[in-house]
Design a protein. Structure first.
Length: 45
């Protein structure tokens, strides 16, 4: 298992999934650390 298999959890809705799905947002969201693919919650740094 490599780092690609890292799992993240949304602080808002509790959704868990591959970390890569939490980083699928536009680059201009530079203040955002992740966006939940389930509920759309954006966690700010």
């Amino acid at each position: 298992m490599g780092d690609d298999d890292e799992v993240m959890e949304c602080a808002e809705c509790g959704h868990t999934g591959p970390a890569e799905t939490f980083f699928d947002f536009p680059e201009e969201y530079s203040m955002v650390s992740y966006v939940c693919p389930e509920c759309g919650f954006a966690d700010l740094d």
